[in-house]
Design a protein around this ligand. Structure first.
Ligand code: MSP
Length: 542
C-alpha cells in the first residue's frame, strides 16, 4: 500500500513536511514486477538511430530480466503534445492528432524490425493517460502546490524546456544550439523550489537514484544551486492536456509526458495493477533529459505522495562530427538503412557492444562493419557452422553421446559459467558492452577448445578411443553453442532463434536462468539441422 498520508504535513502541503519523514525507498508490499521504461518519443518526426539507441538498450535489459524468470513490464510510447509536435503537424498541413496518428506507425514499425519486446506502448493523447493527468494536476492545485504567476524567460521548443537566462549562450539552446524564444506568459507554476531540500536528501541517501555517478553529481550541483518554480502550463498554443480548472491553459508538455510512467501502469485507473508495478526499477533515458527525470519527476511524485522510481540511468549521445545526432543537426540516420544491411542482430549487437553506455560515442559505419565481421561472422558464426558441419559429417547430424570429460571439457564448462556470471554483472552495472564481451568470450574459448582438440584429426583415427573422444569434443562444442544461444538471447533474439533451430531446439528457451544453463543439458541424440550461415560475412557497401 502507498502511504501518501505519511508524507503530508498538517497543512496538507508536502513542502511544509519535516525533511525525510517520507519513505524514500518506499517498497510497495504488492510490487511483483520488474518495471523498465524508455522515454516516450516526440512524434514531430520519425526515429533515427539515436532514439533507437535508448530503446535497444532497454530491450536488452527487459529480455535479460525475463530470462531470469522475473515478471517484467517494459514500457515505451510516444509523447504527442506540445509546441514542437503542433508545429510539425502545421508544417504538414494536418491537425496534431492526425499527424500523430500518421507518425506513430513509423515508430512501431522500427521497433518491430528491431525486435523490441515492449509490453505496452503508451500514447499521451490516450484517454487512459489524459484523464489521470488532469486528476493529479487538480490534486496538486487543490493542495496548494500550484499557483498562478508570470513566466518570462528563454524557452527551447526543440527540447520543450525552460532555461535560466544564464544558461543561454548567444541566444542558443545549450543542447540543440538553435535559437531559443523569449516567453512571457501567465502560467500556472508548480512549487518545485519547495522540494529542493528533499531532492538533495534523495540524491544523498540514495546515491544510485541517478546513474552514472557523473550525472548524479551534475544533478546534485544543479539542485544545490537553487531551484526555480516550474511553469507548468502554456497559453500561447492549445495542443496539450487542458488544465482542468482553467482550460485556457494547456499543461506544459513535460509535466504531462513524465506521468506516462504511472498512467500506463494503472495510476488513476487500476490501483491494484499500479501497486504491482510501480515504482519503476529503471527509467532509461538520454542525458539531455536528465533534469526532467531526476529533478522535476521525483518532485512531482513527492507532491503526489507517490513512491519514487528506483533508478534513473542517463546514457550518453550517439554523435556525428562530435555533436549529438539529431534531426535539428540533419544528422539523423534511419535505423532502416542499417537494418537492411546488418539485420536486427548485427544492429543490436553493435550498439550494445561498442561504446560505453553512460558516455557519448561517435557513430561509425566502419566500426559497425568491423565489429559485425570480427565478432558475429568470425567468432560466433564460424563456431556454429564448423561445429554443426562436423556433427553432420562425423555423426550423421545427430548430437553424439559424450565420453568422459577431460580437463579441457571441465575448463570449457567453467568458461560457460564465467560467461553467465559476466552477463549478470554487466546487466547489474548497466554495462551492456561488458555483458556481451563476457558472453562472446565463451564463443572464442569454444573455438580455441575445438582448435586444440582438433576433431578433424580424431575423425581420421579409426580407434574406438578416438571415436569416443571425437564424440566428447563435438558434444561439448555443441553444448557451448546451446549455452551461447541462451546467453545471447537478450541481445540478439533473432540470431538466438536461428542458432537454436539449427541445434534442433525450440526457438525460445522457456526455463529461466540458471536452470537453462546447466552444463550438459543438451540431449545426446538431438538431430541438428545445418542451415545457412547465421551471420554471413559482409563487405563494405559502396
Ligand atoms: N519526449 C521527450 C521524452 C519524454 S519522456 C517522459 C523526448 N523525446 S525525444 O524523442 O526527443 O528523445 C527521446 C530519447 O532519445 C531521449 O532519451 C534522447 O536522449 C534520445 N536521443 C535522441 N537523440 C539521441 C542521440 N543522438 N544519441 C542518444 N540518444 C539520443 O526527449
Amino acid at each position: 500500500m502507498f502511504l501518501p498520508g505519511a508524507l503530508r504535513g498538517a497543512s496538507g502541503r508536502y513542502y511544509s513536511c519535516p525533511p525525510l519523514v517520507y519513505p524514500l525507498q518506499l517498497d510497495t508490499m504488492s510490487k511483483d514486477t520488474f518495471y523498465l521504461t524508455t522515454p516516450i518519443y516526440y512524434v514531430n518526426d520519425v526515429p533515427h538511430i539515436g532514439h533507437a539507441y535508448t530503446t535497444v538498450a532497454a530491450d536488452f535489459l527487459a529480455r535479460y530480466h525475463r530470462l531470469r524468470g522475473e515478471r517484467v513490464h517494459f514500457l515505451t510510447g510516444t509523447d504527442e503534445h506540445g509546441e514542437k509536435v503542433a508545429l510539425a503537424a502545421a508544417a504538414a498541413g494536418l491537425e496534431p492528432q492526425a499527424w500523430a496518428d500518421h507518425v506513430v506507425p513509423r515508430w512501431k514499425e522500427v521497433w518491430e524490425r528491431l525486435e523490441i519486446s515492449y509490453d505496452d506502448f503508451i500514447r499521451t493523447t490516450e484517454e487512459r493517460h489524459t484523464a489521470p493527468v488532469q486528476k493529479l494536476a487538480q490534486q496538486l492545485y487543490d493542495q496548494g502546490d500550484v499557483y498562478l504567476g508570470e513566466y518570462e524567460g528563454p524557452y527551447c521548443v526543440a527540447c520543450e524546456s525552460f532555461y535560466q537566462p544564464s544558461e543561454i549562450v548567444d541566444g542558443l539552446c545549450p543542447i540543440h544550439e538553435t535559437p531559443v524564444v523569449m516567453l512571457k506568459e501567465h502560467n500556472y507554476f508548480f512549487r518545485l523550489s519547495a522540494y529542493q531540500d528533499r531532492l538533495i536528501e534523495l540524491y544523498e541517501t540514495q546515491p544510485d537514484f541517478v546513474a552514472p555517478e557523473s550525472r548524479r553529481n551534475e544533478v546534485l550541483a544543479f539542485v544545490r544551486a537553487g531551484l526555480q518554480d516550474l511553469s507548468m502550463s502554456r497559453t500561447s498554443f492549445g495542443w496539450g492536456v487542458p488544465i482542468p480548472w482553467d482550460p485556457a491553459h494547456v499543461m506544459y508538455v513535460w509535466v504531462d509526458a513524465l506521468q506516462n510512467y504511472i498512467t500506463a501502469v494503472g495510476f488513476g485507473s487500476d490501483q491494484e495493477r499500479f501497486e504491482r508495478t510501480w515504482p519503476a526499477d529503471y527509467h532509461i533515458i538520454g542525458k539531455d533529459i536528465l533534469r526532467q527525470h531526476a529533478v522535476i519527476w521525483p518532485a512531482l511524485l513527492m507532491a503526489a505522495g507517490l513512491p519514487l522510481p528506483r533508478h534513473v540511468f542517463a546514457h550518453g549521445y550517439l554523435t556525428v562530427g562530435g555533436k549529438k545526432m539529431s534531426k535539428t543537426n540533419l544528422t539523423g540516420i534511419s535505423p532502416h538503412t542499417l537494418l537492411d544491411e546488418f539485420g536486427s542482430d548485427g544492429y543490436r549487437y553493435h550498439f550494445l557492444r561498442d561504446g560505453t553506455f553512460g558516455q557519448d560515442g561517435a557513430f561509425s559505419y566502419e566500426a559497425m562493419l568491423a565489429r559485425y565481421n570480427a565478432d558475429l561472422a568470425n567468432d560466433l558464426g564460424n563456431l556454429v557452422s564448423r561445429t554443426l558441419a562436423m556433427v553432420t559429417s562425423y555423426f550423421d547430424g545427430v548430437v553424439p553421446v559424450p565420453g568422459e570429460a577431460t580437463e579441457a571439457e571441465v575448463l570449457l564448462g567453467q568458461k560457460a559459467a564465467e560467461a553467465a556470471a559476466g552477463l549478470d554483472r554487466g546487466v547489474e552495472a548497466l554495462d551492456p558492452a561488458g555483458a556481451l564481451e563476457a558472453v562472446m568470450s565463451l564463443a572464442r574459448a569454444t573455438n580455441l577448445y575445438i582448435n586444440e582438440a582438433a576433431p578433424w584429426k580424431l575423425a581420421k583415427d579409426p580407434s574406438p578411443e578416438a571415436r569416443q573422444r571425437l564424440a566428447t569434443v563435438l558434444y561439448s562444442a555443441t553444448e557451448a553453442i546451446r549455452q551461447l544461444s541462451v546467453l545471447f538471447s537478450p541481445a540478439m533474439p533473432a540470431a538466438s532463434r536461428r542458432i537454436r533451430a539449427q541445434l534442433g531446439l525450440p526457438g525460445v528457451e522457456t526455463r529461466p536462468l540458471p536452470v537453462a544453463l546447466a552444463w550438459g543439458d543438451l540431449a545426446a541424440g538431438t538431430k541438428v539441422e545445418r542451415g545457412e550461415a547465421v551471420f554471413p560475412r559482409l563487405e563494405a557497401q559502396g
